[in-house]
Ligand binder design. Structure first.
Ligand code: ATP
Ligand code: MG
Length: 362
């Protein structure tokens, strides 16, 4: 897919902005705090219906304004699509071709973007909850069914935890909940297992392509049971009734799972250098692009936020080789990276929420 145009109204520090993008490479330069990340964030919002930086949507509305509006026209298999998100005091309205959609799951992933920003490196040391959030987010982008199962599971889990806090023991209701949860868990776990397997297949070659290190990187799925089936999941919940009652909560299930990044079969955070962590995250993002491409038959858009300056020249060139001609790419940087000089691209310069085309800041 190719983003042709983005229009912003009262989004972050943009009062009004419109950009028409190059189908391949777009370089967005500007000093700090001018709106480079905000522009990428607008595309992330349309892809996930949430920001990658904050959970309170109101902060996305320009200070003093009543609502924010993000509009994007993109080409998807030869068809021009028009999607829009209006963020207002009461929430958000999502539109496809100006028609409001009823379910968020119909909207997520229509525009598929993969973002790489320096903050992503936190994922390695963050809590399992954060890694589950990323796992859920990436699977949801290609599987609306997954989101439905996840929502069902979360509602059942809430009910189960309330029940576990009650003095009265309603064993029959607990068993019904276990059964319903196990059914959703089986679907969720199969998707998680498949996703991690598929990304792993592309993670190793991507790392090796980017770096000359002879290192094996992989993601390990820390699942709540080994042998995935709804019968086994049901039995697992049943066997934990006593423990769950003592702790007043569901002590095992897909809400406790994790994915661990490993380097040479040990947790990456134990031995990886800063550079190796950055390479692993970049390889993960490249593997995500390929996974989405494989599953949907469409090329997602790559957003590189301020990550080039951290890579040496050789790695910058390797990265360009990997994306060149396949994925549309938006690259932000405070300066023009040397490896992009003389390339066929569009250059935007951002200053105080205003976007200028083809103006150089160096
Ligand atoms: N709701 C809002 N209303 C108005 N301005 C906002 C709002 N939210 C953020 N900003 C402004 O946006 C600017 C930050 O923009 P952004 O994060 O895109 O910077 P950047 O160009 O990526 O900078 P850096 O190079 O430091 O990453 C800040 O000046 C901030 O005050
Ligand atoms: Mg930024």
């Amino acid at each position: 897919m190719i983003v042709q145009n983005i229009q912003l109204n009262n989004f972050r520090n943009y009062e009004k902005a419109s950009v028409s993008l190059h189908p391949a490479l777009n370089l967005i330069t500007g000093n700090n705090a001018q709106g480079k990340t905000n522009l990428l964030e607008s595309l992330v919002y349309l892809s996930l219906t949430r920001s990658h930086r904050i959970s309170d949507d109101k902060k996305l509305i320009k200070n003093g304004a009543m609502f924010a509006d993000i509009q994007c026209k993109f080409e998807d298999e030869g068809i021009l699509k028009d999607i829009e998100a209006v963020i207002h005091g009461k929430g958000k309205t999502l539109m496809i071709h100006k028609q409001p959609v009823k379910k968020t799951s119909e909207f997520i992933g229509l525009l598929n973007v993969v973002l790489f920003s320096p903050d992503d490196l936190r994922l390695f040391t963050d809590s399992p909850k954060e890694r589950r959030r990323v796992l859920n987010q990436e699977i949801t982008k290609i599987s609306p069914k997954y989101l439905l199962s996840l929502n069902k599971y979360q509602n059942l889990l809430k009910e189960r935890n309330i029940l576990l806090k009650e003095e009265r023991k309603d064993e029959l209701f607990l068993e019904t909940l276990d059964e319903q949860m196990a059914e959703e868990e089986e679907k969720i776990m199969m998707e998680r297992k498949y996703f991690i397997q598929s990304v792993n297949e592309m993670l190793k070659p991507a790392y090796q392509q980017l770096s000359s290190d002879d290192i094996q990187v992989s993601i390990v799925y820390k699942s709540c049971i080994d042998d995935i089936s709804k019968e086994n999941l049901f039995r697992m919940h049943q066997s934990l009734h006593e423990k769950d009652r003592i702790y007043h909560t569901t002590t095992n299930g897909i809400h406790r799972e994790d994915m661990i990044f490993e380097m040479n079969h040990a947790n990456l955070i134990l031995s990886a250098s800063q550079g190796q962590k950055r390479m692993t995250m970049l390889a993960f993002k490249m593997a995500l692009l390929k996974h989405i491409q494989k599953e949907t038959g469409k090329n997602p858009v790559l957003l590189l936020d301020d990550v080039l300056s951290e890579l040496d020249m050789q790695k910058q060139n390797k990265l360009l080789e990997m994306i060149d001609g396949t994925f549309q790419c938006l690259i932000t940087s405070t300066e023009i990276p040397p490896f992009l000089k003389n390339k066929d691209l569009k250059n935007f310069y951002i200053e105080d929420g205003k976007i200028y085309e083809n103006r150089r800041n160096v």
